[in-house]
Write a protein that binds this ligand. Sequence first.
Ligand code: C2E
Ligand code: CA
Ligand code: CA
Length: 762
Amino acid sequence: MAQLFLWTSNIIAVIVIILSIKIKNVKHELTKNIQCIYACAIACILLNAADVLPIREGASLLLHGLYLAVTDWLVIALMVYARKYTGISFGKRLTKFFCVLALADTISLLVNVFTRHMFDSKPASIGNTTITTAQMKLPMYITHLAVAYFPVAIVLVIFGYKVFTTTKMYRTKYRSVFLSLILIVAANVGYRFFETPVDISPILYAFMAISICYFTLYYVPRGLVTRLLSHTLKDMDNGIMCFDREGKCVYANTEIKRLFNADGDLSKFEENYRVWKRGRKPEELTEESWQDEKMLDGEMNYFHTTFKPLLDENGNHAGAFFVSENHTKDILELKKQQYRALHDKLTGIYNREGFIERVSRMIDQNPEADFTMVCTDIKDFKLVNELFGERRGDEILMQIAELLMSKTSEGTIYGRLGTDRFAIFMRTELYHEDTYVEYARNLSKLASNDVYHMVIHVGVYKNVNKKHRIVTMCDHALLAIEKIKDDYQQIVAYYDETLSQNIKNDNQLVGEFDKALAKGEFCMFLQAQVSREHVVQGAEALTRWMHPDVGMIPPASFIPLFEKVSLIHRLDMYIWEQACIKLKQWKEQGKTDLYISVNISPKDFYLVDIYTTFTMLVEKYGINPANLRLEITETALMADINKQIALIEKLRAYGFAVEIDDFGSGYSSLNTLKDIRADVLKLDMGFLSKTEFKDRSNAVIDAVVTLSKQLGLSVVSEGVETVEQVDFLTKTGCDVFQGYYFARPMPVKDFEEKYMNNTIHE
Ligand code: C2E
Ligand code: CA
Ligand code: CA
């Protein structure tokens, strides 16, 4: 029996030693404290077990005294622990006080070996073994009991209080310490008062220490975690449901029940899960996720659902769960953003990007169909803003969009490409020109007053080449408009391949310009101007491009192009110089009576300093400025009339003769005459070509010539082709004629041979 007690005590002591070493690295504020409890418990167990050893009486007294002293310190360690663990503070002073008492008690217990004032030894027997056990001596032993039991009582009260006042979930963690203390006290009291041969309470110390360690360092109240999880899951925006291995729904939160409209009835989920599994075994299920849509309370909701199998620690299928994240807010925001990105803010119809996207989708979905692209453009839309105000401008654009919506049939896509440009895309069979003519007419009524009449042009690219980009299709339709953009009558124009070809050709010509200029491919031709007596007075310099591959290119093919790309001044300056070189040559050969008229493009006024250029040229070649006539078109004059008046004054003062070219082709001819003092007026060919109302046009010519004379201008008629014209113009008093009737523009050499009696050679 005694052996059993000894061995049990030893084994328990070893276990406790191992456990106390194990917690060495656990980071917790109570780790040290618990180690202390462990240490005291171990000492108590071993010292107590020594009772059954056959040792001398003195040693037995010492060991028993030590055992009792250690219990003092154990309860103090317990007290400290209880204070920290429960958070109930009963003052450090009390602890200190008990420490002093414990110290005194310890000394007293050690002195007892000699004095035997607290306990003595007496023989006792366990089974067949006789051992030496302690015999309490009252009243001195009472001091030890007081020192040991008071702190225990305090600890019991604290834990008892916690057990009865704390929430259910936490009760376990206090209860076990509380119960083990009660057991210890009971065992101890039993030993003391019923005189059992050995004290078994130290063995219980071990259990108490272990339970303290477990509940303090490792225990997590299950209820708490479950409650936490169910709280978070229950109120989550995401729907969650969990199934066990057999497919039984073990959990479904509020959101997933709302999604499936399944109040408490989980069988609905089980049925769905069964269908979803499609007979697959649990082991065959792997993680997957997908997008879902669902109508809820009349609104579309969007979900991202994930399925995940749950595996146990050995990797076996233990169940599975679904998480449905409600992405409705994000998706709606995304859709809003997409809508904004693809729609025009002002009119609400597709913007350029939206139109392009929809059109390409339509083409992809109907690979067999033929389509037509229609683009509209308002002529001088900025004038609408200037004349009617920007608000009205915006209103008009909105009305255009509305009209588009009402006019176009189903299956037609339309959008706003830019400020005043709209595009419509449809199957070719849906395109009817009349619709668009009417549409444009209706639109032009939106903004019209005395000075402005809105004109909308419609460009059509029929049966688009589907390999082209959508932007190119629009460009083609808009290119068709280019053809008619200055025409107020023609509303609809069609794109054809030649338009593109023209652009390509134009690009080629522009690309070749530098080289052509350097190589002298631009040639000055001269067209004679003759007097009433048919004597040559001079000539107009007209350019021809002698292209090495194409042959001679007429100016109509490149002058407007070079004007557009701002190359014209370089060509003009070159021709002006050629004219000056020729005049210098003629001068050197004594021919100073002939003049050459050179053309000045309206663009030149922006690109070069006209006055400086011409005066420098004249000075460089030492020619008489009167022999260089400057043709300035009416359009150029009207652009900035005051500046032009000043310039013309300066040029004339220097000695140049200034001619008003193409008179009669513009709008304000008579105004021009009023404001500008020039030397020559060149009647536009248009006057002569209008043969339909011969009498009326003749009357106009007559009046203009008379007027010019009165203003001191000499009149040159261009485009004279017939003898009748010559006769009529002679009668009106026209001074000089230029036209095919007399001569075509010709190379300088031919001109010299023809009109200068072969006296002039290069
Ligand atoms: P423009 O200044 O009005 O030149 C007169 C045009 O009328 C010339 O055409 C000439 O060939 C043509 N013409 C002359 N007599 C007759 C006739 O009896 N009947 C008909 N049907 N036409 C006649 P061209 O040479 O083709 O030049 C066309 C335009 O090109 C010129 O019109 C002028 O505006 C421009 N141009 C020609 N060379 C130059 C240049 O070096 N610089 C600039 N800036 N423009 C030039
Ligand atoms: Ca001219
Ligand atoms: Ca002219």
